[in-house]
Design a protein around this ligand. Structure first.
Ligand code: ADP
Length: 397
């Protein structure tokens, strides 16, 4: 079965065509600058990337261009539209309505729309992508896979804020968590890879990418995660502050003469690794280079990042009353040995030790880092959100 996986943003759209039997990526790419001018990146497996500057005023036109590229007689991955058996869509926010993936019926689309105010930047864009696909492929089944769904198993004590309960009742202000598709995929892969019984396991997944979050997965179910109502809570990230004293918002607004939404823009886009380095790069390749050059702010930023990760892991060991395995994943988790080493150094009290030689050699592969005598297994387990969406889609159609 061929599944087209679509991750649609407000001006960009990523896609992959996956053969669900072999789990091979047949073709992938992205549309950028939709509604501005337009750029299509297309890559058939085994061939070079093709980049075409082309007008794409709407998402529908962008998806039509993707379809045209996929069925192109010379470089296409398939012969006709009939070879797309299903489409899996990433949807950012499912609120409390969706605890698992669903087939996208009209009723479901309405329910997703009702979650728009929880993710005003993302959900409307996701819906535009879904509707465009439905118009262009009316007979192909479509599935929605939610970033929040995996975290819906969190108990009240983990998802309720210490706020007036009416805010939860009236506005559904609570912790939701994000990156759920990745946390679900990686926790399952970790159990498989380490020969553990998922249904009898305590796994902590550290999804450390530009956006970063940690989750505590007890017997295959999420019991806590670091992101909240929005992806701003939790870890220090590329450009997001993560946890802070909420009183800072008013304090900075007064000092800098900013509105609340302007301060929030700073917290989302100008903080984290970037902000700590006074506008420096959020990319850990650059941060490591700066550290080598002796840049003190880069050293602080790295330390703040790792310390926060270690504190969250410690708190999730408490949440689950123990831990069997810790998995590092996403761009930083898979590639940055310094982060893994620094985080694990804080966790010596748990009897954790990792093999530094293996750690230094590990980039994006599934690898056990812990030494045989370590009390907790530590591994790098690459995430693959597109494959996870394709699997969910196949399971439902
Ligand atoms: P997102 O999906 O949130 O954009 P990713 O999981 O793709 O994030 O991670 C992107 C980040 O991972 C980059 O900003 C960079 O900090 C880090 N990263 C990716 N590859 C490498 C690498 N080879 N070496 C060091 N850091 C890397």
């Amino acid at each position: 079965m061929n599944v087209l996986v679509i991750n649609c943003g407000s001006s960009s759209l990523k896609y992959q065509l996956i053969d669900s039997e072999s789990e091979a990526v047949l073709a992938k790419g992205l549309c950028e600058r939709i509604g501005i001018d337009g750029r299509l990146v297309y890559q058939k497996a085994g061939l070079d990337k093709e980049i075409t500057e082309t007008d794409m005023p709407t998402h529908k036109q962008a998806i039509q261009l993707v379809i045209d590229a996929l069925i192109n007689p010379t470089t296409g991955a398939i012969k006709s539209l009939e070879e797309i058996d299903a489409v899996g869509h990433r949807v950012v926010h499912g609120g409390e309505k969706f605890a698992s993936s669903v087939v996208l019926t009209d009723e479901v689309l309405k329910a997703i729309e009702e979650c728009n105010d929880l993710a005003p930047l993302h959900n409307p864009a996701n819906l535009i992508g879904i509707n465009a696909c439905k118009e262009l492929m009316p007979n192909v089944p479509m599935v929605g896979v939610f970033d929040t769904a995996f975290h819906q198993t969190m108990p009240e004590k983990a998802y309720l804020y210490g706020l007036p309960y009416e805010y939860y009742e009236k506005y559904k202000v609570r912790r939701y968590g994000f990156h759920g598709t990745s946390h679900s995929f990686v926790s399952k892969e970790t159990a498989n890879f380490l020969n553990m019984d998922l249904n009898n396991s305590k796994i902590i997944v550290a999804h450390l990418g530009n956006g970063a979050s940690i989750s505590a997965v007890l017997n295959g179910e999420c019991v806590d995660t670091s992101m909240g109502l929005t992806p701003l809570e939790g870890l220090v990230m590329g450009t997001r502050s993560g946890d802070l004293d909420p009183a800072i918002i008013e304090f900075i607004a007064n000092k800098e003469n900013l509105s609340i939404s302007e301060v929030l823009n700073v917290l989302n886009k100008k903080s984290g690794m970037t902000g700590l380095q006074k506008g420096g790069s959020s990319d850990f390749r650059d941060v490591q280079d700066e550290i080598k050059k002796g840049n003190k702010l880069a050293v602080y930023a790295m330390d703040v990042f790792c310390y926060r990760v270690a504190k969250y892991i410690g708190s999730y060991v408490a949440a689950m009353n123990g831990v069997d395995a810790i998995a590092f994943t996403a761009g930083i988790g898979e590639n940055v040995a310094m982060v893994r080493r620094k985080v694990c150094e804080y966790l010596g009290y748990l009897g954790i030790s990792i093999d530094e030689e293996t750690n230094l050699k590990t980039f994006g592969d599934e690898v056990v880092l812990s030494t045989p005598d370590s009390k907790v297994k530590v591994a790098v387990v690459p995430t693959n959100e597109e494959l996870a969406i394709a699997r969910e889609t196949v399971a439902l159609v």
